[in-house]
Each structure stands twice: as structure tokens, then as C-alpha cells.
Design a protein around this ligand. Structure first.
Ligand code: SF4
Length: 497
């Protein structure tokens, strides 16, 4: 996944730093509680929410089951409508395709060195901006929150609100110090009122929209039967990126397909209510190939795999591919609320990131092995998910894969999950427990011995177990094992019968 996250520490270490930042915690608490409360009210307005949720799940599962067929249908429909489809197996391939297309679209002046972008998780996932920069092409993010992140040389920390970790005062300071470097005088008198900040961003971006020859987007959905791409957004910057440039390049994960136009009926109700708590998106842009005298002259669709086929092969883990990136699960997660998005070491933070990142990327890093543990398993994420992804189920499944150990699973040059360091002792303890439970005589003797010597037991565990017992009370061993108590009080019958 994104090269900007290379070398990130494991989740516990990254989270420890974030939890100690009281400003960050305050920003996150205020923002997540505001959005989650609004979402709950927007969802409660619909009597058929449960049916919509089930329909979304069914549509996505059906599409994933027949993805091979629908991908070919998309290619045929987009090509018939005047677009060109490219297939990218991984991030490097996708970046190479996009960079080449941008260079081919250049017209020989400074505009060829710039592109405008509408917010896209897929392009963040492949670190497209960094890849283009290395080729001398600057990508301007045009979503307000993405612009704040880009100007602040920061990383996004939320799927929908990438600058959620910043408050208005911090944003004003970033605009004051950074906008002057971008061809504008510093707005000396800029205050932190939302209207003034939005106006400053609008003026800053306007000339970029008018000048750029290439626009780059992702897509929320791709309709297989017509080859139509759909982008939903709230600011109007997407509409500008999708219509003004001569060339439009859309990088889209292969899981974004829906079979029929009619399927949008479900998602255009569930997505806005789950994400921004709106009944409808202010801007829903749809385009099918190219149209004479209207919009971009050239359209390219880059279909991105980058670990999705491997994810699809996992019967439990594949449900993560249903995700429509609404971010509702982030806003209700007690772990995300305290640790923030950066601790997840990925463009996909929060509960969905904890199950998607370790499946998509194959680095075998410490952060990948630690992410399935970045959860209290409270289940709030599952309750709010509009496509009913059972995130706790996938987390437990991935923990199992981490603990089971053994050789890492290889797919070509990719390595999918490896056993986390320090789990050898846990595996040995589990093997010993398995042996004891399959030898009742040994288990009974051990229990009696433990009861008789219970006053001698230490209050904390030794060695690597010290960290565990340092913050927990060890459960006291009863004076009499359960089986002996049962035998004594139930007429001599063994408790195991
Ligand atoms: S997992 Fe569900 S709740 Fe979380 S972002 Fe994806 S669709 Fe939304």
C-alpha cells in the first residue's frame, strides 16, 4: 500500500503516542461524536433501513461471487462508450500507467506538470501523488480536507474527514503559512471561521481547476451494465475535476462494481446517511465514457487489484470488500476515538483499516500483524455498517492467522501476514493446555495441586507475562476444584458426566 506509511511502528507503539496527545484526543472526540449522533438521526428517519442494509450486503456479495464476469462487462461497456480500460495488478503498475497517461496528455507548457484530483482512497492507497511527484508532475488535492492535509505536509487520519485531527485554529495557521508559497499572498487577516477558511481554499483552487489539463479521480461505484462511473461528494470540487480537464483518469478498485444501474438506488440512500448524515449527496456525478462537446475528450479507467484478489480468496476475510468507505465504523469505534487514524499505519484507519490493510498489503510488517488486535471487539462497527460487514468476526479470524504462525503465505512476490513476534510462548501455552484438556486425569491432578498450593501463588506473572498481569488482577484459584465440589454436593457423580 502507500509508500508514505513504510516503516510505521506496530499499532500499540503508535497508539501510545497518540493517546498522550490531549489536543488530538479532544479534536477526535468532538468530531466523531458530532458525526455519529447526526448519522443516528439520519438513519432513524428510514423505516426500511434494515432492508436497505441487507440489500446492500446481498448486491455486494453477489457481485464479488461473479466478479470475473462483471469486470469483463465493465471493460466492454466503457470501451463501447469511448473510454479506455487499463488493468493494474499492483500499485507500481497502476502508478506507471497513470504517469504515462499524464505525460501523453501534456501539451508542452506548464499545465502538463500539474493534475487536479478529487479525493480518492484508491490513489492514496497506491501513493499516486508521490509517484507523480517523482516524475515531475504535481497533483493538487481539491477536497478541502485533503487540501489541508497536503498543505500541512501531513497524512490523512480519517476516510471521510482526512483532517479530523486538526481543529480550526490549526487549519487557519496552515493556510496562513502555506498558501503564500503557492502563488498567493498570505491571508494576514484570515480568521478561523468556517466560511472564511472555505473561501480561502476556493480562491486558492480556482485557478488550478481552470488550468489543469488532466483530472484524476476514483469512483464510489462502477455500473457494469452501462460502464457508468459514479462519484458522490459534498463540495463540488469533484464536479470541477470530472468535467473541466481535457483528460480524465479514474483509478478504481475492482470491488467497486455494482451490476445494474438500479442497484444505485440502495447505495445512494445508505452511503450519504452513513457518511455525512445527509439524506442525499449535494453532488452525485455520473459519466459513461466520453460525450461529444461535453466534458473530457479522453477518458481512461484503471482497474486496480493490489491485493483484492487475494482478499477475495479468503472466505471469511472477503466481506471486507463490501465496504463502501462511509467511515461510520470509525466514528463509533472507542479505539479509533482515542488512538486516531495515524496509528493504523495505513490510508484505511479504524475498524475497516484493521481488517482491510492486513489483507490488502503484503509487507508482513509489524503494523500488519498488530492491526487485528486494534479493537476491543465491542461490535459497534458491525452495528452501524451499512453493508453489514461483521468486522469483529474478521478481526478474530485474522488474529487466528497471526497466532497460528507457521510460514507466511506467499502469493508471487507478495507475503500475506506473518506470525507476530513474541507469540511463540502463547502457542506453547495453548499446546500445553490442549494436551491437558485431552488427558482428564492429568487435568484433575493439576487442578487439585493448584488449589492446595494457592496461597503460594505469585500475584503477578513472571517473564513476558508480567506486562499482562501488570494491569490486571490474576483470578484467584478456588479452594476446591469445580469437579470435586460437584462430586461432593451431587451424590458422587463426576462433574464431567
Ligand atoms: S466497513 Fe462498513 S461502516 Fe466501515 S467504512 Fe466500510 S461500509 Fe462504512
Amino acid at each position: 500500500m502507500s509508500g508514505t506509511y513504510l516503516g510505521m511502528p506496530a499499532f500499540p507503539e503508535a497508539a501510545r503516542k497518540a493517546v498522550g496527545d490531549s489536543t488530538l484526543r479532544g479534536n477526535l472526540r468532538h468530531a466523531t461524536h458530532t458525526i455519529r449522533d447526526k448519522r443516528a438521526r439520519a438513519v432513524a428517519e428510514l423505516d426500511d433501513w434494515a432492508a436497505l442494509r441487507e440489500a446492500g450486503k446481498q448486491i455486494k456479495d453477489h457481485t464479488l461471487r461473479h466478479l470475473d464476469r462483471y469486470l469483463v462487462q465493465v471493460e466492454e461497456a466503457v470501451t463501447a462508450a469511448g473510454g479506455t480500460v487499463h488493468w493494474a495488478a499492483d500499485a507500481d503498475e497502476a502508478n506507471e500507467i497513470v504517469a504515462r497517461l499524464v505525460e501523453e496528455a501534456g501539451g508542452g507548457d506548464s499545465a502538463e506538470h500539474e493534475v487536479v484530483k478529487v479525493k480518492s482512497m484508491a490513489t492514496q492507497e497506491i501513493a499516486l501523488n508521490e509517484a507523480l511527484e517523482a516524475r515531475g508532475v504535481h497533483a493538487y488535492e481539491t477536497d478541502l480536507a485533503e487540501l489541508i492535509v497536503q498543505l500541512g505536509r501531513d497524512r490523512p487520519s480519517h476516510i471521510l474527514v482526512p483532517a479530523i485531527h486538526r481543529n480550526r485554529g490549526e487549519i487557519r495557521d496552515i493556510f496562513r503559512s502555506e498558501m503564500s508559497e503557492w502563488g498567493r499572498p498570505a491571508p494576514e487577516n484570515l480568521t478561523d471561521t468556517p466560511a472564511e477558511l472555505a473561501e480561502a481554499a476556493r480562491l486558492h483552487l480556482r485557478e488550478k481547476f481552470l488550468r489543469a489539463r488532466v483530472g484524476i479521480s476514483g469512483a464510489n461505484f462502477v455500473v457494469a451494465e452501462t460502464g457508468t462511473l459514479v462519484v458522490v461528494e459534498s463540495e463540488g470540487n469533484g464536479r470541477m475535476c470530472l468535467t473541466l480537464p481535457e483528460t480524465l483518469i479514474s483509478v478504481v478498485g475492482i470491488e467497486k462494481i455494482v451490476p445494474r444501474w438500479q442497484d444505485l438506488e440502495v447505495f445512494l440512500q445508505t452511503l450519504p446517511r452513513s457518511s455525512t448524515a445527509e439524506r442525499m449527496n449535494p453532488y452525485t456525478s455520473m459519466w459513461t465514457g466520453t460525450t461529444d462537446e461535453d466534458g473530457p475528450r479522453t477518458f481512461h479507467l484503471v482497474l486496480l487489484d493490489n491485493g483484492r484478489t487475494d482478499t477475495l480468496a479468503d472466505e471469511v476475510g472477503r466481506q471486507a470488500l463490501r465496504c463502501i468507505r462511509c467511515s461510520a465504523c470509525l466514528n463509533v469505534c472507542p479505539v479509533y476515538e482515542r488512538a486516531g487514524g495515524h496509528a493504523y499505519g495505513s490510508v484505511y484507519p479504524g475498524p475497516i483499516g484493521a481488517i482491510l490493510s492486513p489483507q490488502l498489503r503484503g509487507t508482513g510488517s509489524d503494523v500488519d500483524a498488530s492491526l487485528p488486535y486494534a479493537s476491543s471487539l465491542c461490535g459497534a462497527c458491525y452495528e452501524v455498517c451499512p453493508v453489514a460487514i461483521d468486522i469483529p468476526e474478521v478481526l478474530v479470524h485474522l488474529r487466528e492467522r497471526v497466532v497460528q504462525g507457521g510460514p507466511a503465505v506467499r502469493h508471487g512476490n507478495r507475503v500475506v501476514l506473518r506470525p507476530a513476534k513474541g507469540h511463540a510462548a502463547e502457542r506453547a501455552a495453548m499446546r500445553a493446555a490442549q494436551w491437558a484438556f485431552t488427558h482428564p486425569g492429568v487435568l484433575r491432578t493439576g487442578q487439585r495441586l493448584a488449589s492446595r498450593t494457592r496461597r503460594l501463588h505469585p500475584r503477578t506473572l513472571p517473564g513476558p507475562g508480567r506486562a499482562w498481569s501488570g494491569s490486571r488482577d490474576l483470578p484467584p484459584v478456588p479452594a476446591e476444584p469445580f469437579r470435586d465440589w460437584w462430586q461432593r454436593t451431587h451424590g458422587g457423580k463426576d462433574g464431567s458426566e
